[in-house]
Design a protein around this ligand. Structure first.
Ligand SMILES: Nc1ncnc2c1ncn2[C@@H]1O[C@H](COP(=O)(O)OP(=O)(O)O)[C@@H](O)[C@H]1O
Ligand SMILES: [Mg+2]
Length: 362
């Protein structure tokens, strides 16, 4: 075997020592090592992750570099990290052909921060480099246009599909674009069903890695329509730590279970308050409740967001805190939720892919 080929094999062998912490397997057997080159002492490899929002991306690059540099004959190692988001649903749906993952953000009751979480989650994923859409399906209280600082309306494109509004790198659609501000929506089930169909198939979403859907509170017609119309990757449940809120969050979880929609995990919002003057932490509503519910239900805990004026002020000004103050404690908390959510999506998608592989090889 030529020396170069042997070295390429050694490189692959060395990379087997690197594990993806979420998937619990080495990056070679997961098929992440894409392109191995070696020429005159210089090695170059490409590692393709399942999400650009991977928190250990830099650490993995460094580990890979060190593993390659430890080989005899290698003087230099260049490791490129890329990502291809996988779809967890094997059927590509008629309504959303280019969308890989659909993630509803839900809660049992209103005012717990679904829209705030949806907006920050969507922006954080987009900032990591993913293609992201944000659909505001809360017809009763559409708040995404305000949260994202939008006043323009979507226009009609060819084939009479709506072209979503673009803001902060996201594609956005909301009932708020079409309603006069003071007007309330009083619709029956069939109208709501029509709206959901329109917002899915009637919008030119194009290619998306993640479509985040901000749901109205509760377990009503919109939730039902959505679960029936498209395969959902899994829901993100938002809850405050209060017991009352947690009981209703459990209802939302039960609804998704009944509709055979997976739950990706729970986010605890308004988790604790930190005084901006002295840094003292106050657990106003108690804390850890959502984590306990996650554990008892066997669901992942996606993170906790502090109660903070910062978050509300930036939301009111139309620029989510992850963009307005990316270095703040609040932004970092949202970032962690985004990374954990992306990791859960990857885990589900890879479990599906590996299962397929096993089926094929038998
Ligand atoms: N972590 C937080 N800290 C401070 N204010 C928050 C936080 N999360 C949400 N809010 C505020 O609480 C209100 C309700 O949040 P919202 O996201 O609209 O909830 P929902 O969509 O569940 O009804 C908004 O005024 C929002 O700015
Ligand atoms: Mg809302």
């Amino acid at each position: 075997m030529p020396e170069t080929d042997k070295l390429k094999m050694d490189i692959v062998e060395a990379l087997k020592s690197i594990k993806d912490p979420d998937l619990g397997r080495d990056i070679v057997s997961l098929g992440f090592v894409k392109d191995v080159k070696f020429c005159s002492g210089v090695a170059a490899v490409t590692i393709e992750l399942t999400t650009p929002a991977c928190p250990v991306k830099d650490q993995m690059r460094e580990e890979a570099r060190q593993a390659i540099l430890a080989l005899d004959g290698v003087d230099e190692a260049n490791v490129e990290m890329t990502a291809r988001v996988r779809s967890s649903s094997s059927e590509s749906t008629g309504l959303l052909p280019g969308v890989k993952n659909v993630i509803p953000v839900a809660s049992g009751k209103g005012g717990v921060g679904k829209s705030t979480v949806s907006a920050n989650l969507a922006v954080a994923l987009a900032q990591s480099g993913a293609q992201v859409g944000l659909m505001d399906a809360d017809v009763y209280g559409p708040s995404i246009p305000t949260l994202m600082g939008l006043s323009e309306k979507p226009v009609s494109g060819p084939n009479r599909q709506m072209i979503p509004v673009t803001q902060y790198g996201l594609k956005i659609i909301s009932m708020g674009f079409f309603l006069p501000e003071e007007k309330a929506v009083i619709w029956r089930g069939p109208m709501l069903d029509k709206m959901i169909t329109q917002f899915l198939g009637g919008v030119q979403w194009g290619e998306l890695d993640y479509l985040i859907i901000d749901l109205p509170p509760g377990t009503g017609d919109i939730q039902l329509s959505l679960c029936q119309k498209v395969p959902l990757t899994g829901a993100v449940i938002v809850s405050t730590p209060q017991d009352v809120a947690l009981n209703v969050a459990q209802k939302a979880i039960a609804m998704f279970n009944q509709l055979n929609t997976p739950v990706l995990g729970i986010v605890e919002n308004m988790s604790h308050y930190r005084c901006s003057h002295c840094g003292h932490r106050d657990d106003i509503f108690g804390t850890g409740g959502a984590r306990k519910v996650s554990e008892s239900r066997g669901l992942p805990f996606l993170g906790e967001i502090p109660l903070s004026t910062n978050i509300r002020v930036h939301s009111d000004q139309g620029k989510p805190v992850v963009l307005a103050e990316p270095e703040s404690e609040q932004a970092k908390a949202f970032l962690q939720v985004a990374e954990n959510t992306a990791a859960q999506i990857s885990i589900r998608a890879m479990a599906g892919e590996l299962e397929q592989d096993i089926k094929v090889s038998f």
